[in-house]
Design a protein around this ligand. Structure first.
Ligand code: LRH
Ligand code: MN
Length: 410
């Protein structure tokens, strides 16, 4: 955006004329934080092919170096989620200090209970107690890693389910799952939280043990206050109203976090906001509604979970962080008093138009001003490209056989 400063001045006057507090909006934007996924910087693909990308990160250290670029240019991505064993290292304390040297913290620890040979029939839900023990021990190892790196989040997704009718007892699996989760929960030192991520199918194709928000919520309720539900935007049947699920979990005090990404069909893990930016805006509308309600306490982990197969990964991650920022900025422009009045009076079109006034506002000049005031690049992608970092890592990182991030096929 060439002359964004002039455009920003006009926008700020317009927002003030619309009765909005520009200084307050900018202050909120400066406190926004989004965690990026280590696995988003490494080679990934589909079951058909993982296309290797020149310059893709191959080790936990290289993933952190790339994540530091995203934080350098946006200013709002200071932490990175790890996936174990994809990010397994000999010395996690050393990895933590390396991250701190880059201005980063290590965030959510993601156990991996979907790649060991023993997990064909499940992990924590497996009929064989020895396999369940193996899975529980991996989660306990992840709790230890979280303690070592100063993380307070265990982010758990289970591939567990069945792929043919009758394969296993659905209630039996539920009992095994709860027993195992109680042991993991008890091992987490407060205030560490367990985020339970649900998904309606894949890799299981008949039933999934944690198949929707209700099943994850039920488990959280049975475990305790430090168990919450994680909403991955790619884990719902088409047509699902995700912002309604978000509003409900906020109201029940069980919204623990997000895996932001986008989809057209299934769990596509595409760049955030690249397919349905209006949905992301409506989700942030519910989040702000909750934040503004004194009855509601929220402690939400905003995280990205994307696997980019074609685009250069760092640029896609920059797009994703910027799109999360834009969705929040647009939602902050909603005149909430006007919205509440229209809703109460049943003036439905006026209510929708109040949302659209905000959504249709081009917030890029506002974000450019906020970034500059944070000492960051008004236009992160252009600044990153001008840095030559990508060319540098392409030259340095000669793809090695089997050096993928642990992503299947990588
Ligand atoms: C499962 C999932 C989960 C991660 C994986 C990389 O589809 O969303 O969050 O463990 O992707
Ligand atoms: Mn996810």
């Amino acid at each position: 955006m060439k002359n964004w400063r002039e455009t920003y001045r006009v926008l700020a006057d317009d927002l003030t004329a619309r009765g909005l507090d520009v200084a307050q909006i900018k202050a909120s934007l400066k406190t926004q934080r989004v965690e990026t996924p280590s696995w988003g910087y490494a080679d990934s693909g589909t079951r058909f092919k993982v296309f290797r990308q020149r310059g893709a990160a191959r080790t936990a250290y290289e993933k952190l170096a790339d994540a530091a670029q995203v934080h350098k240019y946006t200013g709002i991505a200071p932490s990175v989620a790890l996936h174990i064993p994809w990010d397994k290292v000999d010395d996690y304390a050393h990895l933590m200090s390396y991250a701190q040297g880059l201005g980063l913290q290590l965030g959510a620890i993601n156990p991996n209970l979907f790649q060991d040979e023993e997990y064909m029939l499940g992990s924590l839900c497996h009929p064989d107690a020895a396999v369940r023990r193996q899975a529980i021990n991996h989660c306990l190892e992840c709790v230890e890693i979280a303690v070592t790196v100063g993380s307070n989040i265990i982010s758990l997704w289970l591939a567990d389910g069945t792929s043919s009718p009758g394969q296993d007892s659905i209630r039996g699996r539920k009992h095994r799952l709860l027993e195992a989760l109680h042991e993991v929960y008890a091992a987490m030192p407060a205030p560490m939280c367990l985020l339970i991520e649900y998904k309606f199918f894949e890799p299981a194709f008949y039933h999934t043990d944690l198949g929707d928000w209700g099943m994850a919520y039920l488990m959280a309720e049975k475990l305790g206050d430090r168990a919450q539900v994680l909403v991955d935007l790619g884990h719902h049947p088409l047509g699902t109203n995700i912002e309604q699920i978000v509003a409900l979990l906020i109201d029940e005090g069980r919204l623990g976090g997000f895996h932001f990404n986008n989809k057209k069909f299934a769990d596509d893990d595409l760049t955030v906001g690249s397919i349905n930016p209006y949905e992301l805006f409506l989700i942030f509308n519910e989040l702000i509604d909750g934040e503004r309600d004194p009855q509601v306490t929220m402690d939400v982990a905003y995280m990205i979970d994307e696997s980019i197969n074609i685009k250069p990964k760092i640029e896609s991650m920059l797009q994703s962080v910027i799109n999360v920022q834009e969705a929040y900025a647009k939602a902050l422009l909603i005149n909430r008093d006007k919205l509440a009045e229209a809703q109460a009076a049943g003036r439905v079109v006026e209510a929708e138009e109040t949302l659209l006034d905000a959504y249709r506002t081009d917030v890029r000049p506002l974000l450019a001003a906020v970034r500059e005031e944070m000492g960051r690049a008004p236009d992160p992608i252009t600044a990153f490209r001008a840095s030559g970092y990508y060319e540098k890592v392409c030259a340095e990182r000669i793809p090695e056989e089997g050096a993928g991030a642990g992503y299947p096929g990588a």
